[in-house]
Structures are given as structure tokens and as C-alpha cells.
Design a binder for this molecule. Structure first.
Ligand code: URA
Length: 210
């Protein structure tokens, strides 16, 4: 795997992911596990947030203590499945600014079609983390990153739960500057653009649709 991809190969992440993959896992359990995994993925993807120090008083003494610096980071959910990762990220980073990119995948061409775009201001001054559980063909993800760059973002990371090699290749070709953090890289895409072995349609499994 190339240097720009981090696989969060942690026992808790892998254990929870296995339960999510199982086809009979109920919707409520799937959603809860996604939330829990997103806490662990958030820990990894925010590793390089800029830090400074500030003077504080502990009950015993004064100290210069570490604290986050700069503008609040921006979390951008790629609708609709991105919201599953977003919810857990916000548990950990409640003051993050939040944006949404609405893209659906044309089932015949597998190309992304935009229907919504709303992001925080001054994206150029924020770390931006785009979230979508499934990096499949990479077409939607690459299109979402295009839109974020057009809106001024320069410091972007992409967070997903599962990635296909095809999606990683597509992202690295279109956006080599965007690091990818994922819980696993699966074997391949099938002819319908689903990740194999995968977990099915993440949005349907989160929301009990279909
Ligand atoms: N989107 C999903 O939800 N699942 C896949 O396997 C591919 C794209």
C-alpha cells in the first residue's frame, strides 16, 4: 500500500468491522458499531492537527499546556452514508464545523451526480476531513474532493471504513495530496461497483432501507 493510505489495523476496529460485515447484523447494531469505529478512526485521522500551548493553572501550579491551535476543523459528510461516520466524529470533536456534499451514483454509468453542497466558510484555513464509509470506484469521492478544492480547501483528508483498490487508485490519481485513512482495503469491486467482500450498501444497512 502506498504511503498516502493508512489502514487502522486495531483489534477493536477489526472486530467491530467483522460484525458490521455480517449480513444478519441488525440495523441498530450496525449503526452503533459504525459510530464506535468512527471514534477510533477519528483518533487516527486527526493525528496531525496543529497544536500550541497555553498557560493554565492546575490546582498545584502554573503550566504551559498543549491545546489545539488554528481554526476549527471542518468535517464534510458525503451524503448519505457519510453521516454515519460524521455522528461518531462529532462525539469526539463536538466543536468541529460541518459541511455536506450530496452526490448520488448513477447506477448505469457509476458516475457521481451532485444535488447538494454546503460547507463552512474559510475552508482554506481549516483541516478538512471528508467522510464516506465506502471508497468504491472513487468517482464520488474524487468529485467531492474536487468541490472542496474549488471551495478553497487545501488541507484535506479522506476518511472511510472500507476501500477497494480501484477506489484508492482513482483517488491517488486525482488527488495524490489527500491522505486516505481506512479500517480495511478489500479485494475488489464487483460488476455493479460494490466492494467485495464488503458489507453491502452502507446507507441501506445504516438506515434499514431497501
Ligand atoms: N457503496 C456502498 O454502500 N457499498 C459498496 O459496496 C459500494 C459503494
Amino acid at each position: 500500500m502506498t504511503a498516502n493510505v493508512t489502514i487502522v489495523d486495531h483489534p477493536l476496529v477489526q472486530h467491530k468491522l467483522t460484525i458490521m460485515r455480517e449480513k444478519d447484523t441488525p440495523t441498530a447494531v450496525f449503526r452503533q458499531l459504525l459510530r464506535e469505529i468512527s471514534h477510533l478512526l477519528a483518533y487516527e485521522v486527526t493525528r496531525e492537527l496543529p497544536m500550541t500551548t497555553k498557560p493554565i493553572d492546575t490546582p498545584l501550579t502554573e503550566m504551559d499546556a498543549p491545546t489545539l491551535s488554528g481554526r476549527k476543523l471542518a468535517l464534510v459528510s458525503i451524503l448519505r452514508a457519510g453521516n454515519g461516520l460524521l455522528d461518531g466524529m462529532l462525539d469526539l470533536i463536538p466543536s468541529a464545523r460541518v459541511g455536506f456534499v450530496g452526490l448520488y451514483r448513477d447506477e448505469e454509468t457509476l458516475q457521481p451526480v451532485q444535488y447538494y453542497f454546503k460547507v463552512p466558510d474559510r475552508l482554506d484555513q481549516r483541516m478538512v476531513i471528508a467522510v464516506d464509509p465506502m471508497l468504491a470506484t472513487g468517482n464520488s469521492s474524487a468529485a467531492a474532493i474536487d468541490l472542496l478544492k474549488e471551495a478553497g480547501a487545501t488541507n484535506i483528508r479522506f476518511l472511510c471504513l472500507l476501500a477497494a483498490p480501484e477506489g484508492i487508485a482513482r483517488m491517488q490519481e486525482a488527488h495524490p495530496d489527500v491522505p486516505i485513512v481506512t479500517a480495511a482495503v478489500d479485494e475488489k469491486l464487483n460488476e455493479k461497483g460494490y466492494i467485495v467482500p464488503g458489507l453491502g450498501d452502507a446507507g441501506d444497512r445504516m438506515y434499514g432501507t431497501k
